[in-house]
Design a protein around this ligand. Structure first.
Ligand SMILES: [Zn+2]
Ligand SMILES: [Zn+2]
Length: 108
């Protein structure tokens, strides 16, 4: 049974009080920090900004945002965070959301 989002990032586990923004999927949310780490994992590290953190790829698991299970090739891989996994389709979606809605630098 999938657990509903409790307002914390499904990948790193930070809760809403520690986050300026949480992108909610059908099953859970992910914070912009994790999206950035995912991007660097996929596209290669951004040396001007990164702290070197990346998520490992895994081929089987269940996406924390859309809830779809991945069972390895030929499907997309998942990025494995401390608390859960996200599929590349949901990562694209997160990027679209972040790009269309600028993140406030000082939060709220
Ligand atoms: Zn996070
Ligand atoms: Zn997904």
């Amino acid at each position: 049974m999938a657990r509903r989002s409790d307002g914390s990032c499904a990948m790193c586990g930070k809760d809403r009080t520690q986050l300026t923004k949480l992108i909610l999927g059908v099953h859970g949310g992910i914070c912009p920090d994790c999206v950035h780490i995912c991007n660097e994992t996929v596209n290669g590290p951004d040396e001007s900004r990164t702290d070197g953190a990346t998520f490992p790829f895994i081929e089987t698991g269940q996406c924390v945002m859309c809830g779809k299970p991945e069972n390895g090739p030929p499907y997309t891989r998942l990025l494995h965070g401390a608390r859960g996994e996200i599929c590349l389709a949901c990562l694209d979606l997160c990027n679209d959301i972040l790009n269309s809605e600028p993140v406030s630098p000082n939060g709220s």
